[in-house]
Write a protein that binds this ligand. Structure first.
Ligand SMILES: Cc1cc2nc3c(=O)[nH]c(=O)nc-3n(C[C@H](O)[C@H](O)[C@H](O)COP(=O)(O)OP(=O)(O)OC[C@H]3O[C@@H](n4cnc5c(N)ncnc54)[C@H](O)[C@@H]3O)c2cc1C
Length: 271
């Protein structure tokens, strides 16, 4: 069979420039090889994935703002989800009008949280088989934006509960038994959830995480302290970021309903 001789590689711009500036052939070739590898990687990706194809790049360098790339299509909200959304907005509007949304500690009242549960608010992202209404995420996001104009805290609580708290990890990774145990309670608002990551010395720097969970028989024993946790008071089923066998992990933990020797909430100090 005839053998094909590979075409000699063309010198890259960097290689040529280095040679012209008096560098040795060897050095120019080595740096040129890096430049060529970079070009090959770029060539492997479609233009839309390259920096040059990004809307921001185009806005800055091509003096055009491709608005169409930022416009999301209108979500279609199923009527049963819309009903839940309208009812939830009505609950909050009514309490805002009557000035009964907050208690003396400026927290959302238990009554308002319960009425929101009755309206189906906490189950918007939970599947129907577990008592939720399985709203499409885009509809949920738009609805939360609307809720935030009525009361941002109520909107924030649902965002934490449904997106970063316990609902999403259990839906995505839970076993059938875990789903059956937790999701109905989370959908009804019987248990609200929180996401506990930040610690007194671990905020931006998560490698400083200290909270540890150790398996002891059927249970994990957790030791640690968390800070700035949205929904910490109302949220009782939490996504707890901790170290298990020295590796970061998320544990779905039911907090005790009452404080005791092992579990306390306290006022923040200065760190
Ligand atoms: C309203 C609110 C709600 C929150 N809800 C939750 C929640 O539900 N769950 C949860 O886990 N956490 C929550 N947090 C905590 C939040 O995620 C942390 O505050 C955040 O991660 C920052 O950590 P920190 O406050 O310890 O600040 P630090 O990490 O101490 O940072 C302090 C300052 O230093 C800067 N900085 C830090 N590292 C660097 C660096 N390497 N280079 C340059 N600058 C740096 C930061 O930008 C910041 O300005 C909430 C915070 C707020 C304000």
């Amino acid at each position: 069979m005839p053998t094909q001789t590979p075409e000699p590689e063309k010198a890259t711009f960097v290689e040529t420039a280095l040679k012209l500036s008096g560098k040795s052939d060897d050095e120019a070739k080595r740096t040129g090889a890096l430049d060529r590898a970079d070009e090959q990687v770029e060539a492997m990706f479609a233009r839309k994935y390259q920096t040059g194809g990004s809307p921001v790049h185009r806005a800055v360098w091509e003096d055009q703002f491709p608005i169409e790339l930022f416009v999301a299509p209108e979500p279609t909200t199923p009527p049963e989800c819309q009903k839940v959304m309208d009812a939830s907005l009505e609950v909050v509007r009514r309490h805002v009008r009557a000035k009964t949304l907050l208690n003396e500690q400026r927290k959302i009242t238990d009554t308002a949280l319960r009425e929101l549960g009755d309206a189906g608010y906490w189950g918007l992202l939970v599947d129907r088989e577990f008592g939720g209404s399985a709203a499409p995420f885009m509809s949920f996001a738009r609805f939360l934006r609307q809720m935030a104009t009525v009361d941002p805290t109520v909107a924030g609580l649902a965002s934490v509960h449904g997106c970063i708290g316990a609902v999403d990890p259990i839906r995505a990774f839970g076993s059938p038994a875990q789903k059956a145990k937790h999701l109905p309670l989370l959908a009804s608002g019987n248990r609200l959830s929180a996401f506990a990551l930040t610690e007194p010395c671990a905020g931006s720097d998560l490698t400083a995480l200290k909270t540890e969970a150790k398996l002891d028989g059927d249970h994990f024993v957790v030791n640690g302290e968390k800070l700035f946790i949205t929904n910490a008071i109302a949220g009782r089923t939490i996504g707890l970021v901790c170290l298990i066998d020295k590796k970061p992990a998320v544990l779905i933990a039911d907090l005790p309903d009452q404080e005791n020797d092992e579990f306390q909430t306290k006022r923040y100090g200065l760190y």
